[in-house]
Ligand binder design. Structure first.
Ligand code: MAN
Length: 523
């Protein structure tokens, strides 16, 4: 608190004289800069107590251009206190409260010019003019609200109807669901029953198939043994029941690298490191390596690298060599040919699997039961998904009287120079560049975010596509009253934070307007 000196006091006399004028502008006399509602706190017959209660001063200290109160309440009509508040009545227009620093600062802040009282000619009172304009505007807004509120009533009706329909749909869907679940359970039983029968009848076939397979394996084994024995006998030139290194060395087919001789490495490979092999060892050690070679020589298969390395002529030569190696080679070839045919047969028999009439009937019935069960399952899932959607919608806050309900899902577009924006009510907001490219999500429906007394004036759409190196995009939609539902502007005040102005009759709530109007006093 600043203590006054007599000099200070004296220098302020003039201002005191000018400032502590009791205004005759209204019926209640009060010091300059004091509002009608606070007039009773400034009584010239009593000492003045600062609003914060920290000091009581003689009334003559009020507006003496010296700050006595911490809260500035003793200087409403001067700029002495940094936190003072100057009130202008602005008769004919709206009253105004200004920081008292603007008093006598050479700028006309109040339309009645009272903030510049030190220079009475500086400001003209334009309150009547402004008041007239403001009243005309208020009138326009009131009329707009009146007309809009009629449309709002229609929206309320539509909204309630829609919600009632949704509630009815939900009841129906719940019924459909229990029905569909029953059908699903029946279909499942039927399916299980028929699948059991199917398994039974197919068991015979599967066993037969298994047997068939086994038979084929046995046959293959037998053929292999036969081929192996035949080859062994042919190579065993002295018929001593063993294949020796010398016997192998004279058979070209063991010359794997085709260098014109069967060298030691080749012998070692075919005899598994032994000096000689008997028939059994030949079958288990030599034959598995030799047989693919023979088949390759016959052109029955070629390893990957051989396909590129071996020319046609080489293949022919190999063939001839092989022919020359064996007498009665026709017989040998026929063995290999047989195997080829046999493999073809296998494919054919797999493709043309067929059952007898009775079995086929059961298989068909089981298959039909499976389809029906899958359908029934899908139906239940679809109903459940519809139920979820409807429940979600029913839980949405569509305004005090459901005035926004019928707008759910309606989409509105707005174009600026660069983008086309789209707001789908209670769903999402998107942005698409006019130069092409993907649609960018600017947020999904979040919540109402207006102030406590006007909750339904702001919609928040959150969790849009993440901004480059930043947070997710969000959009704030200010909802204003007008006769048509449309977007009137879109801005991006901060990067990836969008602001939309949406006008709609749903926001033309008469009751909120009347509240708004009554809040302006002293008109
Ligand atoms: C895109 C648009 C803009 C946004 C930038 C941020 O260009 O979504 O609105 O400001 O990305 O990188």
């Amino acid at each position: 608190m600043v203590c006054k000196t007599w000099i200070d006091r004296f220098s302020s006399y003039f201002v005191i004289f000018c400032s502590v004028i009791i205004f005759a502008q209204s019926d209640v006399p009060r010091p300059r800069g004091v509002s009608l509602s606070k007039a009773s706190l400034y009584l010239p017959t009593k000492d003045f107590t600062c609003f914060d209660g920290t000091a009581t001063i003689p009334f003559s200290y009020v507006n003496d251009d010296y700050c006595d109160c911490f809260d500035g309440s003793d200087e409403p009509g001067t700029s002495a206190c940094i936190n003072g508040v100057f009130h202008c009545t602005n008769a004919g227009h709206r009253p105004q409260n200004l920081p008292s620093s603007r008093v006598n600062d050479g700028v006309c802040d109040c339309c009645d010019g009272t903030d510049e009282y030190a220079n009475p000619t500086a400001c003209t009172n334009i309150c009547e003019e402004l008041g007239k304009e403001a009243r005309a505007e208020a009138q326009r807004v009131a009329e707009l609200h009146k007309a809009g509120s009629q449309l709002r009533i229609d929206l309320i009706e539509k909204g309630n109807k829609k919600r009632n329909e949704m509630a009815e749909q939900l009841t129906q869907l719940e019924k459909d669901k229990s029905e569909a679940e029953k059908i699903k359970a029946e279909k499942e039983l039927l399916k299980n029953d028929l699948e059991m029968k199917e398994n039974e009848v197919l068991k015979v076939y599967r066993e037969a198939e298994e047997l068939e397979k086994q038979k084929k394996l046995d046959q293959e084994k037998e053929t292999n043994l036969k081929e192996s024995t035949e080859h062994f006998n042919r190579f065993d030139s002295n018929n001593d029941g063993e294949l020796s290194v010398d016997e192998i060395k004279v058979v070209n087919v063991f010359d794997r690298n085709k260098d014109g001789q069967v060298d030691d490495d080749e012998v070692k490979m075919f005899l598994g490191g032994d000096e000689k092999v008997d028939k059994d060892a030949f079958l288990s050690t030599t034959w598995p390596i030799l047989k693919p070679l023979l088949m390759m020589e016959q052109g029955m298969f070629k390893p990957e690298d051989a396909k590129t390395d071996t020319t046609e002529t080489e293949a022919e030569e190999n063939h001839e060599e092989l022919d020359a190696d064996f007498e009665g080679n026709e017989e040998d070839n026929s063995d290999l040919d047989l195997q080829e045919e046999h493999e073809e047969d296998e494919t054919v028999s797999e493709q043309s699997k067929s059952y007898n009439d009775e079995t086929q009937k059961i298989v068909d019935q089981a298959s039909e039961a499976r389809t029906q069960y899958t359908d029934a399952e899908r139906t239940v899932r679809e109903i459940e998904s519809n139920i979820r959607n409807i429940k979600q919608n029913l839980e949405k806050d569509y305004g005090l009287e459901q005035e926004f309900a019928s707008l759910d899902g309606d989409c509105f577009e707005y174009e600026d120079k660069e983008y086309v924006y789209k707001l789908c009510m209670f769903q999402k907001v998107t942005q698409k560049s006019k130069n092409g490219g993907m649609e960018v999500g600017l947020g999904n429906w979040g919540e109402w975010a207006g102030p406590e007394n006007n909750k339904y004036s702001v919609m928040k759409y959150t969790n849009g596509i993440a901004c480059w190196n930043g947070p997710s995009r969000t959009t704030t939609v200010n909802v204003n009253c007008d006769l048509e539902t449309k977007i009137t502007s879109v801005t991006e005040p901060f990067r990836c934070e969008y602001k939309m102005e949406l006008s709609t009759p749903a926001a033309c709530d008469d009751s909120s307007t009347s509240q708004e109007h009554t809040s302006h006093d002293e008109l």
